[in-house]
Ligand binder design. Sequence first.
Ligand code: BGC
Length: 460
Amino acid sequence: MKSTAFFAALVTLLPAYVAGQASEWGQCGGIGWTGPTTCVSGTTCTVLNPYYSQCLPGSAVTTTSVITSHSSSVSSVSSHSGSSTSTSSPTGPTGTNPPPPPSANNPWTGFQIFLSPYYANEVAAAAKQITDPTLSSKAASVANIPTFTWLDSVAKIPDLGTYLASASALGKSTGTKQLVQIVIYDLPDRDCAAKASNGEFSIANNGQANYENYIDQIVAQIQQFPDVRVVAVIEPDSLANLVTNLNVQKCANAKTTYLACVNYALTNLAKVGVYMYMDAGHAGWLGWPANLSPAAQLFTQVWQNAGKSPFIKGLATNVANYNALQAASPDPITQGNPNYDEIHYINALAPLLQQAGWDATFIVDQGRSGVQNIRQQWGDWCNIKGAGFGTRPTTNTGSQFIDSIVWVKPGGECDGTSNSSSPRYDSTCSLPDAAQPAPEAGTWFQAYFQTLVSAANPPL
Ligand code: BGC
């Protein structure tokens, strides 16, 4: 729920979206677009992809995108690698305003993280529901802690455009450059080894083309704001599933498509200067000694296949999980694994990547890791009871390998439903250590949020 004030602010920030004609570089069409469809003089409305038409300088160029249906489904599109869709725009924001060249530094250095308005609104609404005034004000303060915005469906992408516009305006008005944190999360046959986060695209039904369009649409938004830095986590769980879960039919079937889609995301987001971290599971998954080397091989191969772009900084660990970065002592459930926390896992994995020539760096989700020793088995991942918000995001990580401690999972959004009649029901969400009743993945789980607040460590 966005407040009226939020929309009012957007209207002042985005005059081109409400005027009769879109401005140069403005959006002028695409699936779901309700704004102006004509462009100011000297520019032409050009189809970049089915979801995004843009006012480019000069006269029209030919595109071959064929849109035959509605909303998020595209039944036939041109190939994106080398067809007129991606090469037809002779100039564009990247031509005249290219993104800054890659920096070898920590991507967060010199930037302020733009707070996700989506999460801020969720938190503000949640805090209002809490009657205890002390707890309510602690809850409200969570809105000031940066999280990542998950683009878990095509429908969320227009939000990204508004955030980038707001971040750009904020950067200009304050003189402090802004950084927007996103999660790319819409693979066809998503979450192949579980059910809770199954996505909108399927491989059997044009999934790869739909995914490429999802990426194209994100790229089209980002390239309009070269002054805003974007950091992205790439496809939680996907590559980790290819390391350990090829015995699951859906994962084996998805392997080629996952690799092609992740490559498409990496190469195209690099072109518009997005700093990226591929998801690398966590210590209790790829951190087992037998899994480290196959994991390192896969990640370096994917990095190589994406041209070793300097924008592919490294790997993200513990996304939406509950492990400590540095456990005071090993949780008994980690027994048998010397890499019993994220720092051990990272210290074991980083040298293997270096051996392959990749000086990868890491980010680690600590959003819900404040309380330890609360799981019955290390593999449990769904709405773990008793969890508390964890270490705040910081670049003061104490490790040469870690660029930033981050909050990737927006705490309070659910991991998966406990309703056994839901098509996305995963029995992990009914285990004794899972908080219940729980709503669908990604939707707000008020009772769970309240526990995260009261059990926060450090306290809020
Ligand atoms: C859900 C997504 C959601 C994300 C962040 C995932 O488990 O599947 O829909 O955006 O968590 O809350």
